[in-house]
Design a protein around this ligand. Structure first.
Ligand SMILES: [Zn+2]
Length: 82
């Protein structure tokens, strides 16, 4: 299964992960409310893919959110800060 991260703000493709199984805890999905999950996670069963809205480094930096960004994958929760 592939996980596509797209920047919610500028629409840029951020990253693609290929995983055998989605570990919701690892990806931070377990922290989301049901509503948030609906908003940012789109599962594409036919393509065997998941599309996740996030923010790219550029937008995180331009919004001044970079202080709290952990290394590695973009923090999904950052996508809700508007
Ligand atoms: Zn962006």
């Amino acid at each position: 299964m592939k996980i596509f991260y797209t920047c919610e703000y500028c629409g840029d493709h951020i990253d693609t992960l290929e995983v055998d199984q989605v570990d919701e805890t690892k990806f931070g999905f377990d922290c989301l409310t049901a509503q948030e999950r609906q908003d940012i996670i789109k599962t594409d069963v036919e393509q065997n893919a998941i599309h996740v809205k996030s923010l790219c480094d550029f937008c995180i930096t331009s919004m001044g959110l970079d202080d709290n960004v952990s290394l590695g994958m973009p923090a999904i929760n950052k996508g809700y800060i508007h």
